[in-house]
Structure formats: structure tokens, C-alpha cells
Design a protein around this ligand. Structure first.
Ligand SMILES: [Zn+2]
Length: 196
């Protein structure tokens, strides 16, 4: 499979990653509520047509990572939901204020898959990799690990900054990523860094 390119279309201190295999693209993390205009402007600036995004994927259902999930669906971008994430989606609206202009994510019309199904789904859009369950920041947190070692970890807590999280759960998630070959971290906030 051809090499993929990775572009950050993020804003407001949050990274949104477009992974492209040619013009077949996946968007990892989906914007703040009410920010579709800003998101579209960011796509335009990076010269990426939104119509080429084959799927959206949220690393977890917090408002800065999945706030535009429904609006992307309305724009024709299907939403991949891991089965462990489904119950977290309806909780998102409890963290929203009316002025956030959040569009609630419907749950009946997503592409809901298991982790085991992730590799073949990604393969169909030209991306070699898998999606793994990496709880710690939240129970619905997932990571996308590409076969080249790039890993999109969302808010999985840096081992040095564990606060309220369960340290053992966070460590186990990093351990899983390490065992599966993760090398370069593309986090939800902050710069790209190497693992360890
Ligand atoms: Zn979060």
C-alpha cells in the first residue's frame, strides 16, 4: 500500500489529523462544537477537499474532539464509532452550553464496528493500520495505530502527567501501543513526539 501523508487541520489548541492515501482520506478528531466554519477554512488553507474525507473518527467523545461529528455526517462524512464508544456519545450533550451551538450526534446512523473489524475497514480506504482500545483518559478512548508506527492517541495521558486518571490503566494502554509497534505519537493537543 502507498505511503500516507498526515496533515494537522487543528485550531484552538487541538489537533485534528487528516490521514491521506492519495485522495482517500480519514479525519481523526472532529472539531469543537459550533466551529464548522473554522474547520472548513482550515481545510481550505491546507488544500484538502472535505468531500475527499471518507470517514470521521473521534478518539473519544469529549467536546473538543467530537463536537462537529454530526455536522461532518451532514456534510457526507460517515462517522466510525467503535462499539466501546457508543454509550459515551449521548453523554456529550451534558457538557454543552446552549451558546456552544452543538449539534447532537445521532446514534442510529453511524458505522459502528468492533476493534477486530478496524483493519479491514481501514484497508478499504487505503490505510494500513488498526484501531485499539486505549482507556485511561476516558473509557471510550481509542487510538489509531498505523503500520508505520504513527499513532493517534487523542488525550491518552502522557505517563509523566497522570493526575486523576488510574495510572495502571494509562500504563497498560501505553504498553499495548508499544507492543503493537507505536513509535511516533500524534496527540490530541501539543506537538508530535516520539514514544519514550
Ligand atoms: Zn478529552
Amino acid at each position: 500500500m502507498s505511503e500516507v501523508t498526515i496533515v494537522n487541520v487543528g485550531y484552538r489548541s487541538t489537533n485534528y489529523w487528516v490521514i491521506s492515501a492519495g485522495s482517500s482520506r480519514l479525519l481523526v478528531d472532529l472539531g469543537w462544537p459550533g466551529s464548522m466554519g473554522r474547520m472548513r477554512a482550515s481545510f481550505k488553507r491546507k488544500d484538502i477537499p472535505i468531500e475527499e474525507i471518507r470517514y470521521g473518527l473521534a478518539t473519544h467523545y469529549h467536546i473538543d474532539h467530537a463536537g462537529l461529528a454530526q455536522e461532518f455526517k451532514q456534510a457526507g462524512v460517515p462517522l466510525i464509532v467503535l462499539d466501546v464508544q457508543a454509550s459515551a456519545i449521548p453523554l456529550m450533550k451534558t457538557h454543552i452550553k446552549p451558546q456552544d451551538q452543538y449539534v447532537d450526534v445521532t446514534v442510529h446512523d453511524n458505522v459502528t464496528i468492533s476493534f477486530a473489524e478496524s483493519r479491514s475497514l481501514l484497508e478499504r480506504i487505503g490505510i494500513s493500520g488498526e484501531i485499539l482500545h486505549t482507556p485511561g483518559h476516558s473509557n471510550d478512548s481509542i487510538s489509531l495505530l498505523l503500520d508505520d508506527g504513527s499513532v493517534f492517541t487523542g488525550d491518552l495521558t502522557h505517563p509523566a502527567f497522570i493526575g486523576m486518571e488510574d495510572a495502571a490503566v494509562v500504563s497498560a494502554s501505553w504498553q499495548l501501543l508499544r507492543e503493537r509497534g507505536a513509535a511516533r505519537i500524534y496527540p490530541g493537543h501539543g506537538p508530535v513526539r516520539d514514544l519514550d
